[in-house]
Design a protein around this ligand. Structure first.
Ligand SMILES: Cc1ncc(COP(=O)(O)O)c(C=O)c1O
Length: 386
């Protein structure tokens, strides 16, 4: 594992170089720095870096080797390097940096749909629920939400809507289908790979373009046994978030074929999305991309051990989801709020318990590798009290 990434993940981070350059008046910060890179968070997609931790990593990057190559309005430098790394990882010919995933989905779907503005989406998707209807309002897309309350629609459901649209008094061609997997609003459940293969075959046969909201795509291979490229090959365009797994401050990559990506940076700029300097948002992410899949696999191995250890204590109840990826659930007997506070004091950071069920939604990320499952299990048991 790359040493910088190892230090950040493992908690053995040596902050000395950064501190050595800090003014001596900042000595009060030295104690605070002892706590850096140590917390285990059970609620974030990534390490959940604090602003200080982020700044330390950025400083280390900029002072190592040739430093960070700045971009110009989100073109060139480190940004261009990241774009080609992602294109290669996803098996696509080209890729473009976009400052947010919301804009990446929007740019992809408006271009894929072209003149055929009806777009099929999952009812539970981020694009349908959490993007302020940007596709409708800003790009004249007509989103048709499918599979309400479920993770994914079937090919038959999609085909039925395509036929229905074509058979209206004014025939409408569906221009694009968008798929999110894993699905955030479904506790990160994933779409079935074989169903995606069928959907892709169907859409290609019908001349309908396909987009993948793969904000958390890099978690899928561990659970499905299918590679990033297996997934990406089924879709015309793929978006991956830079700030979720890879600990960037913001950012997204949109990958596709060359014709699709060529010139798209003009549209990015039209939407105010060409940051004059994007490198501070993604330089940290660049360190984590290559090792992420291996880190995530190790994080799940540690989590399985943790679940087994907690399972021996009858006060803990643990539950996984059938098509789950990065989330499981934990319930405890006793005062969940007090338990959470005591866990926090030990650097074990939990989400708020669900108001109805009392369960904690537990997120798997590489921060769990900062200590041993045994230490975490002991800490959680102690937080529950005698
Ligand atoms: C599945 C999914 N898609 C898209 C987005 C949007 O990404 P961003 O917050 O970078 O706009 C998110 C963010 O939470 C997401 O979870």
């Amino acid at each position: 594992m790359d040493r910088r990434r190892f230090l950040a993940v493992s908690g053995a981070m040596a902050v000395a170089p950064a501190l050595a350059q800090a003014p001596t008046a900042a000595v009060a910060g030295a104690n605070a720095d002892e706590a850096l890179f140590k917390a285990v968070n059970f609620y974030d997609d990534g390490l959940g870096l604090s602003s200080r931790e982020y700044a330390v990593l950025l400083e280390r990057m900029s002072s190592t080797g040739t430093g960070i190559a700045a971009d110009n309005y989100s073109n060139g430098g480190l940004i261009a390097e990241l774009e080609s790394r992602f294109a290669q990882k996803l098996g696509k010919a080209a890729a473009m940096f976009v400052p947010t995933g919301t804009l990446a989905n929007h740019l992809a779907l408006r271009k894929l749909a072209g003149a055929d503005r009806r777009v099929l989406v999952q009812a539970e998707s981020h694009f349908y629920n959490d993007s302020g209807d940007c596709g409708d309002i800003l790009s004249g897309l007509n989103l048709v939400p499918l599979a309400e309350g479920r993770t994914m629609f079937t090919v038959d459901e999609a085909a039925a809507w395509v036929d229905r649209s074509a058979g209206g008094r004014v025939p409408i061609k569906v221009g694009a289908i968008s798929v999110e997997s894993p699905v955030r609003r479904r506790d990160h459940e994933m779409a079935d790979y074989d169903e995606l293969v069928r959907l892709s075959r169907y859409a290609r046969g019908a001349g309908i373009r396909l987009h993948l909201d793969g904000a958390r795509l890099f978690n899928l291979p561990y659970h499905s046994g299918r590679s990033l490229q297996d997934y990406a090959s089924l879709f015309d365009t793929v978006f991956v978030s830079l700030w979720k797994h890879f600990n960037g401050a913001s950012g997204a990559i949109l990958a596709g074929d060359k014709d699709f990506i060529d010139g798209l940076y003009h549209t990015r700029r039209m939407f105010g999305g060409s940051l004059p300097q994007a490198w501070p948002a993604v330089a940290v992410a660049a360190q984590f991309v290559d090792g992420y899949e291996a880190d995530y696999a190790r994080a799940w191995q540690a989590t399985d051990r943790l679940i087994a250890l907690l399972g021996r204590d009858r006060r803990f109840k643990l539950r996984k989801l059938p098509a789950g990826t990065s989330r499981y659930f934990m319930a405890v007997t006793g005062d969940a709020a007090a338990f959470r506070d005591r866990a926090r004091a030990q650097g074990l950071l939990l989400s708020r318990p669900h108001p109805q069920t009392g369960e904690f939604a537990m997120q798997v990320n590489p921060s769990v590798l900062r200590t041993s499952p045994e230490t975490i299990a002991q800490g959680l048991s102690a937080a529950l009290g005698a």
